[in-house]
Unconditional design. Sequence first.
Length: 135
Amino acid sequence: MSALSAFLHPAVTREEKEVIISKRFLGEDGKPVPFKIRSLTQEENAAIIKAATRQKKVDGQWQDSIDANELSARTIVEATVFPDFRSAELCEKYGTKDPVQVPGKMLLAGEFGRLIDAVSKLSGFDKSLDEEAKN
């Protein structure tokens, strides 16, 4: 078996995880309802970055500029399995037709931060290669 086979058959292709980001969203049992998130591939990440990039003219030259808030919101929408921010019911509840606006309207700033942090970690942004090799 060649070393190339390791790249043809990676151990895990997609991870999902439940995370509690707030005590405000309670189930019928009175306990916090977890958000279900999934990891993002670099291909998905690149598409999100492209969607959050705008061109603006600076000193007569066009430059790309990434809207950090939009980038975070798009990342949350793409990586959150439950609740589905694209659902018509959630969009209607928060007064928008654009799912990208729902996380900002629904979540407190700290909750938004915890959710984006959890997605980032699940997508591999939390560890160096040295740390992963030790585990």
